[in-house]
Design a protein around this ligand. Structure first.
Ligand SMILES: CNC(=O)[C@@H]1CCCN1C(=O)c1ccc(Cl)c(COc2cccc3c(C(F)(F)F)cc(C)nc23)c1Cl
Length: 248
C-alpha cells in the first residue's frame, strides 16, 4: 500500500470513504428523521418484553448481522482494504465491525427521549428487558448518547468509522505495516477534514471514543459468549453464519 501524502491523494481518499459510507449506511438520515417519533405502543413493548431470552437474542442477532453486512461492504470499499490478505481483512472485521455498528447506531438514536431505531420504530432500553443483559443495553445507549453529543457530520462519521476499522493494533495481523500505512493516511484525512471544518478540537475526542469502543466491544463479546453458553443450539443453528464467523 503505497502511502503518499499529496493533498490530491488525501482529498481523493476522503471523498471515496465519504461516498462509500453514504452508500452503505443502511438507513438514510432523512428516513430516520421522518420515523423518529414513531414509538412503540405499550402493547408492542409488552410483546417484546414477553419474548423468551433466546427469541429476543435471535431477533437482535438478525438485525445486528444485517448491520454488519453493510459494514463489511463499507470496509471493502476503503482504498487498500481489498489489497490486504483475506486473513487480515477478517481479523480487522472481527474486532471492528461491531464497533462501527455502534458508531452508526448513534445516527438512529433520539437523544430527546433516549430511544433507538429497532425493528421499524423507536424504543428505549425497556424494549430489550428479556435479553437479560441490562448492563450491555445501558452501555450501548450511553455510548449512542455520547456519540450524538459530538454532533458529527456524515463525512466525519465516515472517516471515524474507517479509523475504527483500520486498526494496526489488532492481534495476529499478518501485514501490520500495510495496515499501519493505511491507518496513517486515514489519520491525515481526518485531521485535514477537521481543519477544513474548523473543528480540530474534535480530534482528541474522537481518538478517546476509539478506546471507549474497544472496551465496550469486549463487553459485547463477553455477553455473546455468555449467551452462546446458555443457548448453544440457538447460536449454532439460528445465528446467521456471518455472525458466527465474526463473533464466536
Ligand atoms: C438503529 N439500529 C441499529 O443500529 C442496530 C444495528 C442495526 C439494527 N439495529 C438494531 O435493530 C438495534 C438497535 C438497538 C439495539 Cl440496543 C439493538 C440490540 O442490541 C444488541 C442486542 C444484543 C446483543 C448485542 C451485542 C452483542 F452482545 F451481541 F455483541 C452488541 C450490540 C452492539 N448490540 C446488541 C439492536 Cl439489534
Amino acid at each position: 500500500y503505497p502511502s503518499s501524502h499529496s493533498l490530491l491523494h488525501i482529498e481523493r481518499l476522503c471523498d471515496s470513504i465519504v461516498r462509500s459510507h453514504r452508500d452503505t449506511s443502511q438507513f438514510r438520515l432523512e428516513e430516520l428523521q421522518a420515523l423518529r417519533w414513531k414509538l412503540f405502543s405499550r402493547e408492542e413493548i409488552h410483546a417484546y418484553q414477553s419474548k423468551s431470552v433466546d427469541e429476543m437474542w435471535q431477533l437482535c442477532a438478525l438485525r445486528l448481522t444485517e448491520a454488519v453486512q453493510y459494514v463489511v461492504e463499507f470496509a471493502k470499499s476503503i482504498p487498500g482494504f481489498r489489497g490486504l490478505g483475506q486473513n487480515d481483512q477478517i481479523t480487522l472485521l472481527k474486532t471492528g465491525s461491531m464497533e462501527v455498528v455502534l458508531v452508526r447506531m448513534s445516527r438512529c438514536f433520539n437523544t430527546e427521549n433516549s430511544t433507538v431505531f429497532f425493528d421499524g420504530k423507536f424504543g428505549s432500553t425497556e424494549l430489550f428487558k428479556s435479553l437479560g443483559c441490562g448492563d450491555l443495553m445501558v452501555a450501548v445507549f450511553d455510548f449512542a448518547h455520547r456519540m450524538c453529543a459530538l454532533r458529527l457530520t456524515e463525512q466525519q462519521m465516515a472517516l471515524f468509522s474507517s479509523l475504527v476499522l483500520i486498526n494496526p493494533d489488532c492481534p495476529c495481523l499478518e501485514d501490520r505495516g500495510r495496515v499501519h500505512r493505511m491507518r496513517r493516511d486515514l489519520e491525515v484525512c481526518l485531521s485535514h477534514m477537521l481543519r477544513r471544518d474548523n473543528q480540530e478540537s474534535l480530534q482528541d475526542k474522537l481518538y478517546q471514543k476509539v478506546s471507549v469502543l474497544r472496551s465496550l466491544c469486549s463487553l459485547h463479546v463477553e455477553k455473546l459468549h455468555w449467551f452462546s453458553q446458555r443457548y448453544p443450539l440457538t447460536v449454532h443453528s439460528v445465528f446467521p453464519p456471518l455472525y458466527k464467523e465474526l463473533f464466536t
